[in-house]
Design a binder for this molecule. Structure first.
Ligand code: ZN
Length: 438
């Protein structure tokens, strides 16, 4: 340690003299009227804005950098990471059973009714996503839309192939079919392997619905040991049977009759199921346990559950509102509503002005106008009564790639609510290009 001391002292002396020389040069330069170039620095976020932890770290590093003025400037780092997980998404999982020409019972829906429901979802602009996306989201690997619908069907009725599949394919909607081993490819009204494989080529995912479709709860007359063995086979055999025959990994399970308890859920998770769906009429959020994801069973004879499922955050459901799609056109082929940013537009401004020109609709009732922005809820948008332009400037910079906007209004008191939904994207990598100093 002693031997290092002279070296350290010499280094300190050198640093102090460097500092002194630098100060002298600076003074000389000022006298001569020359501006000394300073190393480029990343621009700081405006001070009135709340800083993120990353921005705070960057700022404190910059403050401290006065000590190291002679050091080479570090390349500016992005103040935030481009990918940020959106934990505010809400998903409605719909559960259907059988589809027939004529329906109207709790477990059988008429093909025409199902078709109307899918059309209403399509026109609402609420995206339909595969169940596997919900899993990816919950694993923190990807974002899903702020509001989304998942479509599932239990039991493996042939009506899935003959009536539902053509409609889903037409709309490009993904879906999940839950099959139970004893009712696959056995003729009658069961789905055959070829039908299943064909649907899998067009957005169909496969989940297990047990071996026998019996309630998984303890049966009278079975010893606890027998029950455990039986439960194991219901969960494991059905999974392996589907995986072997279809060449996919089966990670989802629908409890027969929606009946389960904690021990059943725990065993299922241990066996490799990652999403388990119930029948409890609840939406799925970031906090929903993966072992009991809420699901709405859609009955053929009434619309109650469909309406509950497709109303998000206190808005009316997809069938009670009159939805205008963002791309709706008038008789002359002109857009009914001009939107900015346009639907699916990629913008580089992270704090864009959101505008909707409603002039071509004629009149609207100003007091019924509401603009909702994903993550912000209802925002105080301004309506210019003369031009019928609604506008709203985002108060803070967008931190996500996807921004969904919903505008609702009435044209007259006796008219239904109309809703227009659209989303635009923020080109986050472009928005993070370091700002050049003058
Ligand atoms: Zn079932």
């Amino acid at each position: 340690m002693k031997s290092l001391l002279p070296g350290l002292l010499a280094l300190l002396a050198c640093l102090t003299s460097c500092k002194r020389i630098e100060a002298k040069l600076d003074r000389l330069a000022r006298l001569a009227g020359i501006t000394v170039a300073q190393p480029d620095r990343p621009k700081l976020a405006p001070t009135e804005e709340k800083l993120t932890p990353e921005q705070e770290a960057l700022e404190s590093r910059l403050k401290g950098s006065a000590v190291f003025e002679t050091a080479a400037p570090e390349p500016p780092e992005p103040a935030e990471k481009p990918f940020e997980l959106n934990k505010s998404s809400v998903v409605a999982i719909l559960g259907y059973h059988d589809f027939r020409e004529r329906g109207g019972s709790p477990m059988i829906i008429a093909a025409s009714k199902f078709s109307e429901q899918m059309k209403a979802i399509k026109e609402s602009g609420i995206p339909v996503i595969p169940l596997s996306d919900v899993l990816e989201w919950r694993k923190g690997r990807k974002n899903i839309p702020e509001e989304a619908v998942v479509i599932t069907m239990d039991d493996g009725w042939e009506g899935v192939y003959t009536h539902a599949f053509p409609v889903l394919r037409e709309h490009g909607f993904p879906f999940t079919v839950y099959l139970y081993k004893k009712y696959v490819n056995i003729g009658g009204r069961s789905l055959g392997w070829e039908q299943i494989r064909e649907m899998m080529k067009h957005g169909c995912e496969i989940g297990s619905h047990s071996v026998s479709h019996e309630s998984l709860r303890q049966k009278k007359g079975r010893t606890p040991q027998d029950q455990q063995l039986w439960l194991l086979s219901e969960l494991k055999d059905s999974k392996e049977f589907l995986e072997r025959n279809l060449g996919v990994t089966c990670t989802s399970f629908a409890y027969p009759f929606g009946i389960f308890d904690d021990s059943i859920t725990e065993l299922s998770l241990q066996l490799g199921y990652e999403t388990l769906v119930t029948v409890n009429n609840q939406k799925v959020t970031w906090d929903s346990p993966m072992g009991k994801l809420g699901r709405y069973i859609i009955h053929g004879e009434n619309d109650t559950n469909f309406k509950l499922a497709t109303s998000f955050r206190g808005r009316g459901d997809v069938s009670s509102n009159r939805f205008l799609t963002a791309s709706a056109k008038d008789a002359q082929g002109q857009s009914l509503i001009d939107l900015s940013p346009a639907p699916d537009e990629l913008v580089s401004d992270r704090q864009p002005l959101i505008r909707a020109n409603l002039a071509r609709l004629g009149a609207i009732l100003p007091e019924t106008l509401k603009m909702r922005v994903a993550g912000l809820g209802v925002v105080p948008a301004q309506l210019d009564a003369a031009s019928l332009v609604v506008s709203y400037r985002l108060p803070t910079r967008l931190r996500r790639q996807d921004c969904a906007v919903t505008l609702s209004f009435k044209r007259a008191a006796d008219q239904p609510d109309e809703v227009v939904s659209w989303r635009f994207k923020v080109d986050l990598p472009a928005a993070y290009v370091p700002v050049k100093l003058p």
